[in-house]
Ligand binder design. Structure first.
Ligand code: GLN
Length: 287
């Protein structure tokens, strides 16, 4: 609670104060703006349009609480309940991984391969908030998307996102990787951003990862359990010539290519994320 005689802060004052407090955090200005906009229930442009507008006491207190939680490490996307991915506004909760810019590299590469006007069937395995499926569905409306997840809570969020974005070409199935797919289906493409961080990796203690679902991040002692399973099984669910494309850790390009070779895939290539680090590997099912 603020003392009753505290003079109201204007938008620009509240923002400047929060930017100073959030200084230890990367992207402190962006986070301060996102949190203030959320406390006011307005888009971020409102802050620029009305810098001299005073905050009500409730707004000020709501904003203070959000800044406190951000300072203690909680990601801004969970505090506001949303995150932009591929220019789509997605709802996210602690049941879903927060979509990251590097996953847009996977979307971009997939779109290079998916012809504009064909009705491919494409699966996004372990969809989480639905980010990959939503991005592909929005760019290739004739394709049928299948979004799966083992977490019913995550699928609830994904379903809400597809509905809000008017993406009715996405079907949702709950289950463990291929186990979620409809029987006897053959796919033109399998996409996935599976968990790929090694258990006990110190990286898990930073950048808000402690707030994210373990099951979306961690996968065995080398972080490769889910990737290995997906690579081994993919052929059985892909049409001849169909592609598997996976996101992985920055040091996993070599092992993922090796796994794909062992699984008999061809045209194996690794691509880099915007930071120039190995991040996406694809392979093609033989004809
Ligand atoms: N890219 C995430 C991170 O390391 C991990 C996401 C994942 O495991 N799929 O922060």
């Amino acid at each position: 609670m603020l003392p009753p005689d505290t003079p109201p802060l204007t938008i620009s004052e509240a923002l400047a104060r929060a930017v100073r407090r959030l200084a230890p955090i990367e992207d402190s200005r962006l986070d301060a703006e996102v949190l203030l906009a959320s406390a006011l229930g307005k888009p971020r442009t409102h802050l620029i349009a009305w810098p001299d507008k005073p905050l009500s006491q409730t707004q000020q207190e709501t904003f203070e609480r959000l800044v406190e939680r951000r300072l203690s490490g909680e990601p801004a996307a969970y505090l506001t309940g949303e995150r932009e991915f591929w220019s789509l506004k997605l709802r996210v909760t602690e049941d879903t991984l927060i979509p990251r810019p590097e996953t847009e590299t996977l979307v971009q590469r997939a779109l290079e391969l998916i012809p504009e006007d064909t009705a491919w069937i494409i699966a996004d395995l372990g969809t989480g908030s639905g980010a990959i499926a939503a991005a592909i569905a929005s760019e290739r409306p004739r394709c049928r998307l299948i979004a799966t997840d083992i977490s019913g809570a995550a699928l609830g969020v994904a379903a809400e996102n597809f509905r809000n974005l008017g993406l009715f070409s996405v079907d949702i199935f709950q289950g463990d990787w291929f186990g979620a797919l409809p029987e006897a289906i053959l796919l033109d493409m399998i996409l996935s951003n599976p968990p790929y961080v090694a258990e006990g990796d110190p990286h898990l203690e930073h950048n808000g990862l402690p707030f994210e679902p373990d099951g979306a991040l961690m996968s065995g002692p080398e972080g490769l359990d889910a990737v290995r399973y997906l690579v081994k099984g993919a052929s059985g669910y892909l049409k001849p010539g169909g592609r598997l494309m996976l996101e992985h850790g920055i040091h996993q390009g070599e092992p993922v290519r090796r796994l794909m070779r062992l699984a008999g895939l061809s045209d194996i290539q690794t691509r880099q994320d915007p930071g120039g680090r190995d991040r996406i590997t694809e392979g093609r099912n033989p004809d």
